[in-house]
Design a protein around this ligand. Sequence first.
Ligand code: HEC
Length: 436
Amino acid sequence: MYPVWEVPGLTAGGVLALIATFHILPSHLSVSAMWLNLYLENKAYREERPDLLEFVRKYSRMLLIFAYVFGSITGVGIWFSASAAAPRALSGLIHNYVWGWATEWCFFLIEVAGIFTYYYTFDKVDRKTHLRIGWIFALGSWTTMVVIVGILTFMLTPGRWLVTGGFFDGFFNQTYWPQLFLRTTGMFAIAASYAVAVASRFKDDRTRADVVRIASVWGLAGLVLGTACFFWYRASLPEAARATFDVLLTPGLKKGMCVPIGLMAAYFAFLRRRPLAVGFTPALAAIAVLFVSIFSFERARELIRKPYLMPQFMYSNQIIGGELPAKGVASETAAMNEKGLLRFAPFVPDGLREVTDANRLEAGRMVALIECSACHTLSPKGLRPLPQRVAALGFTDAESMAAFIDGLGSYPFMPPFVGTETEKKALAAYLVSISK
Ligand code: HEC
């Protein structure tokens, strides 16, 4: 365990979530754009339409610059922020899926080499070869998703891995196929919205209208099939995750998921009829709308992982609360309850390892930082602020607060309290002190 990364107002996980959401736009674009490109390039050759080819070239350039600059930077950003926010969980993932990531990395190399080769060989190789390069890129980049989805879904539904510890037992789990299809279909809405933005800068009305019409059909199909896959995904969730999903899905989040999808569907339907009606700025605004919806879906996906980072054994605060015999992992809660969390955690200032009358509040804050700050801010504003949550429950004395802390584990989405009686009282005293 590393020192806690406290991010006022946001939590460390919040930083990771923002970077990860931003990563989805370029990453899903890179996976989907080439399919649209291949369709249009084929059409351009078949109908001898150099203007369409010009669009394909411009769209590829946007893909190359946007997806491979921002996609790569945010991809690295995910690793950086995850390793600071949850080093223990990341280490657990790497120890299980290092060959998964190595495989993904090989396909990512094909992808990067592929997009440069594709873009710079326009008119330099014959048509058939150029299309083949496009196919290699499209399949290579989609394969990165095929691999990553296995690891992503494993984090929620590890399946038989919990018993066997086997790579593929965790990889092909119950939510794997629905989520792969959800991303594989939904990604075309992203490709389409970028295509509309690129096309909106074309002076020639015929090219612009043709591309926008085609893109709007792809976008609509992506939204409709993606929505169907979402319900398939939801049905594939384990009972507990579905219950958490229903409890924690706030009206705001629900709106964040539904409204943008509705707006985007209306947008594509409108474009199908009036392909020239939307200029560059509204097209960018549509991409922002899509961003809101992705952010909401990813937040919902994160919510239902609670209270775990590593399914069934590592809590969101990185305390190991379950046994995993297949991997030789033993729960550490008994030792922490006996010796004390503050003794156990490696990065605690020396003066705080023992709770005394003089340092009670400070030690209580340390306990809150280690155990609660993965999901709650300690400041009055921000993500699920503890001062506000405690005040809302009306606890004004440390005794009743401590009794509440005893029952934390009965919430399906919060880990139980871990630590000694003295540490619990210190936490309670601290929580009451900040909620006044
Ligand atoms: C895994 C994430 C997670 C951790 C860790 C966590 N909580 Fe929570 N907590 C939640 C969620 C989610 C909610 C419910 C949603 C909300 O209040 O916005 C919640 C709600 C609460 C509430 C309001 C309960 C109610 O019924 O209104 C309190 C009080 C609270 N948490 C205290 C704590 C304390 C104290 C700790 C640390 C010992 C802690 N939580 C650790 C996720 C967590």
